[in-house]
Design a protein around this ligand. Structure first.
Ligand code: GLC
Ligand code: GLC
Length: 625
């Protein structure tokens, strides 16, 4: 058994730190509440490590210091959020995501967009990575060279802090990324490691030759095979370093407690700039063990819980959002108030597209029947697409129940969305097609994937249909800004060398000013989309049944139609017809409820004793008596 200090010993060690004399009452209380969790996780991960106690004490000292430095309004928010963990699942929540440079030029430009964010109803704004990063390719900012400096082209840290304050005053929570699995190769730690400083070499995973890398690669997955095969890249001196993503993104070595402590410092720094939601990037990859896929290992969870416990102590208002785009069983494993209370919902996202391609809602229905329940105080983030590729992360066992072969189905979906399947409506592109494994993901904006170019009417219906699901499901809906006015693929990335190598840039266009200018004109495509989406958003915000986490599937007996219920506060019954033909639901399905149903969306009434008919690619939000 490795040496593990006792709780009392660890607590004494923390309390012996000279900074303790300055602890506030509030911090002491938070420390007593959350230190047991921190100790449990930290001492398990770092059992036997000689620096365990000193790094643990130092991490708590960092939390104490940053707690003391929090601004009065953040302190007020800390207290408010501690007593109201359910704010995340309020029906009033609505997220938006954009790139600072592409959407608004600079951070000051983002401030200028606040009136539009209010028009849309945003309560949460995710600004894509905005930190100092390599000039040319930086994986869209996901290669961070300094967590404490803003990319000078976008502004300064002072601008960010100011912006977060202005957003907060207007009821919008700032979200930024915590890219904590790796740093860029230009980060100071990386540079010092390269220069041979032992303490910093230990921040990364560096191997003298291919012996261990070859062994690890027996079981790891290739994430960006277009960039480099496997999970390692070679350094100029011939050694090999772990790089899961691009060759310039070097994975941090969390087996070293100094790395945890250093990254905790960066996390708390961001919290004090006014960040309210921290998007925990690539959570699955942070812990490695030989002979495993090196994804979603138990230590990855323990480290997240340790970060979380420190955050509860030092910056309680800030919450974690998990970015785990993995098997659905693993996705939920991160969702917990002690770990990440909110998480992307990649399964519902991917299966929405799957159902549009197949015109078959059954796999999506299974996800709603079985995979939406979350622990109290937690919430899904429901989205139609993100800045990343779409991978078909459904569970093969579940597909098999419907007679669907997972591998074949993924191949079909890839061909369908890149327009290689006869009759496909979509205009997507392949991403990281791997000839060796047959793996591939797809890219494209919502409008292009939904076929807006080929068929305006159906394209609009598909875009609204997928958004109607994200807006009615349990959790926080998240819009990719630009999608609400039907922005198409941007082919211009092919002319920019650093982007041409990564087809995700096709769906990260610049703010479409011309489309936004038409958004109130009902004779235009942007107008037809925007006004209807705004109507759905307004309905969601004033319908308490859309708040909270309660949701259960409603089997419609028609394979084309998804059904689910939001049972709280009077209840809403949601149906979505994924096919291009009108579909009917039989009266027997409604026997247990009142006859009269009002569709919140269209305002029409139906007599359910006669069943229900949905138009092609149509949806309803029904209230029955
Ligand atoms: C996350 C980001 C993605 C990035 C990767 C590496 O998955 O969403 O854009 O490439 O992490 O940081
Ligand atoms: C992989 C990762 C995911 C990341 C994506 C970026 O799918 O699992 O975390 O977003 O690659 O392309």
């Amino acid at each position: 058994m490795p040496d593990v200090p006792s709780f009392a010993e660890a607590r004494d060690r923390v309390l012996a730190h000279p900074g303790v004399a300055l602890w506030s009452e509030a911090f002491r209380r938070r420390f007593e509440t959350h230190f047991p969790a921190l100790f449990t996780e930290f001492s398990d991960v770092y059992a036997g490590h000689p620096a365990l106690l000193s790094e643990l004490a130092e991490a708590v000292a960092l939390a104490a210091r940053s707690h003391a430095e929090r601004s009065p309004d953040l302190q007020a928010l800390d207290a408010a959020r501690e007593t109201d963990p359910d704010w995340l699942s309020s029906e009033r929540m609505l997220g938006g995501v954009c790139y600072v440079d592409r959407y608004a030029g600079t951070l000051q430009g983002v401030e200028g967009q606040i009136p539009y964010f209010e028009e849309l109803g945003l309560t949460y704004l995710h600004l894509m990575p905005l930190f100092r990063a390599p000039e040319e390719n930086s994986d869209g900012g996901y290669a961070v060279s300094s967590y404490r400096e803003v990319d000078p082209r976008l502004g300064t840290m002072a601008d960010l802090e100011r912006l977060s304050g202005v957003l907060r005053e207007r009821g919008i929570s700032l979200t930024v990324d915590f890219v904590f699995n790796h740093t860029s190769n230009e980060h100071e730690w990386a540079q010092r490691a390269l220069a041979g400083e032992k303490a910093f070499e230990d921040y990364y995973l560096i191997f003298p030759d291919r012996t261990l890398p070859d062994q690890y690669e027996q079981t790891t997955r290739e994430i960006f095979p277009d960039d480099h095969p496997g999970s390692f890249v070679q350094l100029p001196d011939g050694r090999w370093i772990w790089a899961t993503f691009y060759h310039f993104q070097w994975d941090l070595n969390y087996a070293n407690p100094a790395v945890f402590r250093a990254m905790a410092g960066e996390m708390l720094f961001l919290a004090n700039r006014g960040v309210e939601i921290l998007r925990m990037d690539a959570v699955a990859f942070i812990w490695k063990r030989l002979g495993t896929p090196c994804e979603s290992l138990p230590e990855a969870h323990r480290l997240l819980r340790a970060f979380n416990a420190l955050c509860r102590m030092g910056a309680p208002a800030m919450v974690f959002k998990s970015e785990a785009i993995v098997h659905p069983d693993e996705v939920v494993s991160y969702i917990d108030r002690a770990e990440c209370p909110i998480s992307y919902n990649p399964l519902v996202m991917a299966l929405g597209w799957e159902a549009l391609a197949t015109r078959d809602a059954r796999l999506l229905q299974l996800a709603f029947d079985r995979r939406q329940a979350l622990p109290p105080g937690c919430a899904w983030v429901n989205y139609v697409r993100s800045h990343d590729d779409i991978g078909w992360t459904f569970a093969d066992e579940e597909a098999a129940e419907l007679g669907i072969h997972g591998g074949d189905h993924r191949r079909f979906l890839n061909r369908f969305y890149v327009g290689r399947y006869p009759g496909s409506f979509a205009e997507g592109e392949p991403f990281q097609e791997n000839p060796r494994t047959g793996d591939c993901r797809i890219t494209g904006t919502t409008a292009s994937l939904a076929g807006l170019e080929r068929d305006e009417e159906r394209g609009i219906r598909r875009i609204l249909l997928l958004h109607s699901i994200a807006l009615a499901a349990a959790g926080i809906p998240l819009l990719y800004l630009g999608d609400e006015v039907g922005q198409l693929n941007d082919e211009s990335f092919r002319e920019r060398p650093a982007e041409a190598v990564d087809s995700r840039w096709i769906h990260r266009p610049f703010r479409p000013d011309a489309l936004y200018a038409q958004r109130h004109d009902p004779t235009t495509v942007p107008g037809r989309l925007f006004e209807r989406l705004r109507h759905l958003i307004a309905l969601r915000k004033r319908t308490p049944a859309f708040g909270g986490t309660a949701l259960h599937g409603f089997w419609t007996d028609n394979p084309h139609v998804l059904g689910f219920v939001r049972p709280d506060a009077g209840g809403v019954l949601v149906f979505a017809n994924m096919s291009d033909e009108a579909q009917t639901l039989a009266p027997e399905r409604f026997e247990a409820m009142g006859a009269d149903a009002l569709d919140l969306v269209g305002g029409g009434r139906s007599n359910l004793r006669e069943g229900l008919t949905l138009p092609p690619l149509g949806f309803v939000w029904l209230v029955t008596d």
